[in-house]
Design a protein around this ligand. Structure first.
Ligand code: AMP
Length: 280
């Protein structure tokens, strides 16, 4: 695996590979890698000759400075995992490489998706996501981009970003299913911050989503959501939302006439976790 720290060195390498007819797959991450990230690498390896993973903890997408301060860093283990998956290239830039002094901060007109659910609870978060993905795509010039369904709303935002930046003909967005622990908890870098008791509790988020999925069609949406919220609150979670929404734009759903998803965000201790399940 080749490690690049400089954006222009990586861009040059990619150009060379592309001129040799090689397809480039790109997996952006913030590190503290787990099997969820590795499933994205695997998907990219299957469809591209060159797989590039980036590890960059993007400060502009953190609305909560404490979250940024405590974001886990396990770079040596990350490199070992990437090598074991035969990842071809790791991009490990400094903030200056991603946002040089002359970097022009853009505003991305994302519309309603930026104001609901994660957008509501994490103001500015999706502007930061767009800023970093836009810049990374500029550097990496990949034809295939791999993202996780775990961050469902982020997938919609990135799709919009690709359209807003006129990349629809150049970049294909590939959404990879969520990888879970044995007890159902969605893998996440933030899980590393859970203590033993919180880790045990954390699986309840998945269990409540699974219960909504099981009872879907027999119980009213409002009842399903409020029961799940109550159950989590009884276990000490602070619940930001449990919402049943349309997969196409995450607007709230009243019936099952379209493809739906149930999404949740809840905090245990100081650790905020998100998850979702497709319903019908
Ligand atoms: P992050 O490092 O958290 O920014 O995540 C990098 C990428 O990995 C994003 O596209 C995430 O959606 C994806 N990802 C994170 N957790 C999982 C998971 N459990 N299963 C599948 N993909 C994931």
């Amino acid at each position: 695996m080749i490690i690049f720290k400089k954006a222009n060195h990586l861009s040059h390498h990619i150009l060379q590979q592309k001129s040799n007819g090689k397809k480039i797959g790109f997996v952006p991450t913030m590190g503290a890698l787990h099997f969820g990230h590795l499933s994205l690498i695997k998907a990219s390896k299957q469809a591209n000759e060159v797989t590039v993973c980036s590890i960059f903890i993007n400060p502009t997408q953190f609305n909560n400075p404490e979250d940024l301060k405590h974001y886990p860093v396990t770079i040596e283990k990350d490199i070992e995992l990437l090598v074991s998956e035969h990842c071809d290239v790791l991009f490990l830039p400094s903030a200056k490489e991603v946002y040089p002094a002359d970097h022009e901060k853009k505003y991305y007109d994302l519309g309603v998706i930026e104001t609901i659910l994660e957008g509501h609870y994490r103001p500015g978060h999706f502007q930061g996501v767009c800023q970093v993905v836009d810049r990374l795509l500029e550097i990496v010039q990949a034809g295939n981009l791999y993202v996780g369904q775990k961050d469902f709303q982020q997938c919609i935002v990135i799709k919009k970003l690709i359209a807003l930046t006129d990349r629809e003909n150049g970049v294909t967005l590939n959404i990879v299913p969520t990888v879970r622990e044995e007890d159902g908890l969605a893998m996440s870098s933030r899980n590393l911050r859970l203590d033993k008791e919180q880790r045990q509790l954390a699986t309840s988020i998945y269990k409540e989503l699974a219960s909504i999925k099981n009872n879907f069609g027999t119980t009213a949406f409002e009842e399903l959501k409020s029961r799940a919220k109550q159950n989590l609150e009884q276990k000490g979670f602070e619940v930001d939302y449990i919402e049943i929404a349309k997969t196409k734009d995450l607007s709230a759903a009243r019936d099952a006439s379209e493809q739906l998803v149930v999404l949740a965000a809840a905090t245990t201790g100081k650790i905020r976790l998100i998850d979702n399940l497709l319903l019908n």
